[in-house]
Design a protein around this ligand. Sequence first.
Ligand SMILES: [Cu+2]
Length: 127
Amino acid sequence: MIIKKTTLYLALTLILIIVAGFFLLSKGSPAQNVTGNAGSGSVQKVVIGMKNLNYYPNTIKVNANQPVRISLDSSVTGCLRSFTIRDFGIAKYLKTPDDYVEFTPTKKGTFRFACSMGMGTGTLVVE
Ligand SMILES: [Cu+2]
């Protein structure tokens, strides 16, 4: 099968445009990943990923006095999988995306979450 060079370049350009568009669109996605119904006592599930060598989303909002379950998706690598929230006594190595930490924030406010070495950091807002 013979493909003209110009056709090939055209196809490559098209693919590049699609890939670039995908990245631009993904940047505009909401900075929140919390699911679960507020106020019903159900677990607030939070999935955190990784972008630019830090946690993403970087700010997580949860309700007070309702269990929070945080897991790290497969994009999170290295020491960022070692997840800590000092104010709530959380420190756990989340080996796989199925691993999680669970706690109930009983105090409202702004707290820091980080990897065990403090390279990756983020903010947990309890309201
Ligand atoms: Cu670290």
